[in-house]
Ligand binder design. Structure first.
Ligand code: ATP
Length: 375
């Protein structure tokens, strides 16, 4: 096993740069999810790694080997697609066994591999059933088991859960999680679904317009987005943003916003200009019927309950113009709020991110003016 590396990879379709100068390493033995909105280039990047698409420029390496010119069959990879690829009319066992017949394996080794794959995917109860009789979630498991039994160098997954019936999605996701943990194989997993990526990935490579904008473990990506795009794309709903005013000199910068009852001191890296945006995750905004120590009055326009019992609140604050925003609170906090009317909101300063005029997050810490800086 080894890592997959792409260097200065570009793929154009006419004027469109589907993959735009990507240099990146998919680490050995880890699950890397390529996540991003529709059309950002995830599938094209994966297809280039598989050899199903030819790059316009750049190179693909498997370990030290340059595989850029090798055909897909010479790359020794497994692929799982959006729709299950199975042979109808034969059993689960035979589906998994068939591709192994063209490999030079002893009967015992072939049987061992099929049985291991069946066990890993939890398919024992359906091993002798005709695949036509299975739901499409179980069929997708058969597709995965077949690739696992071949023992390729890498496995590439292209949105394998997207077209599975809603009822089977969770179960398939769990199976894939268990499988990837026990395989410890280099896996590239394409998805546009952030919960899937959060569940399965060791690290998420977030893509936008043909580029990988950030790669980090799921929690880090969520808590410390590289830019506003990452803040907005992750989360349900994503981060909320407000313009704020930054004033003062290098050692005494002060941030003002209608959401702060008092000016806030800013410490940290150099900040060019005064054009600043503050961002916060909706679930970090405190909302209360009572006044809050550093809070401001707000109007609760709407309160709706979400799956899981949390409440989604539509709020506005005097001074923000027409900009309404969303907050998300736990069931107990939400139950104590009126369905609409006057409330109070507070932005905990340790949860507030700052973004510069280009939308890039600034490493900085915020604290009340006059208070000592927290470590
Ligand atoms: P989705 O989640 O919708 O599959 P994606 O992030 O996987 O999106 P790609 O399928 O890689 O995105 O497509 C990236 C861009 O390249 C899109 O604008 C798409 O329309 C375009 N594209 C992909 N394949 C081709 C092709 N064969 N010919 C022309 N344009 C293409």
């Amino acid at each position: 096993m080894s890592e997959i590396r792409v260097e200065q990879l570009t793929k154009t379709f006419g004027a469109l740069r589907a993959v735009d100068d990507v240099s990146f390493t998919f680490p050995n033995g880890q699950v890397t999810c390529l996540l991003g909105p529709s059309g950002c280039g995830k599938t094209t990047l994966m297809r280039i790694i598989a050899g199903l698409e030819t790059q316009t420029t750049g190179a693909v390496y498997f370990g030290d080997q340059d595989v850029s010119r090798l055909s897909p069959s010479k790359r020794n990879i497994g692929m799982v697609f959006q729709y299950p690829v199975v042979y109808r009319g034969i059993s689960v066992y035979r589906n998994i066994e068939l591709p192994l017949q063209s490999m030079k394996l002893s009967n015992a080794e072939r049987a061992r591999r099929v049985e291991d794959a069946i066990r890993l995917l939890g398919l024992s109860a359906s091993a002798n059933l005709d695949v036509s009789k299975l739901d499409n979630g179980t069929r997708q498991k058969v597709s995965v088991a077949r690739e696992v039994a071949r023992q390729p160098q890498f496995i590439l997954f292209d949105e394998p859960i997207t077209n599975v019936d809603a009822a089977s999605k969770l179960q398939l996701k769990r199976s894939l999680k268990e499988l990837t943990r026990s395989l410890s194989q280099t896996i590239v997993y394409v998805t546009h679904d952030q919960t899937e990526a959060m569940t399965l990935a060791d690290q998420i490579a977030l893509m936008e317009e043909g580029r990988i904008v950030q790669c980090a473990p799921p929690r880090e990506l969520y808590n410390h987005p590289y830019d506003r795009f990452g803040g907005w794309f992750l989360g349900n709903p994503g981060m909320v943003f407000f313009t704020a005013t930054l004033s003062g000199g290098e050692n005494h910068r002060v941030l003002e916003s209608p959401l702060f009852s008092l000016p806030v001191a800013v410490d940290g890296a150099a900040i060019a200009g005064s054009d600043i945006t503050i961002g916060i995750r909706p679930e970090h905004i405190r909302v209360s019927p009572e006044p809050l120590p550093a809070g401001v009055p707000a109007r609760l326009a709407r309160k709706t309950v979400q799956i899981g019992g949390q409440y989604l609140l539509a709020l506005d604050v005097h001074g923000l113009g027409d900009q309404g925003f969303k907050a998300k609170v736990a069931p107990t906090a939400g139950e104590h709020l009126p369905s609409s009317g006057q409330v109070n909101v507070e932005l905990p300063l340790d949860q507030v991110s700052l973004f510069d005029a280009h939308g890039i997050r600034i490493a900085a810490s915020l604290h009340p003016v006059g208070a000592p800086v927290a470590d």
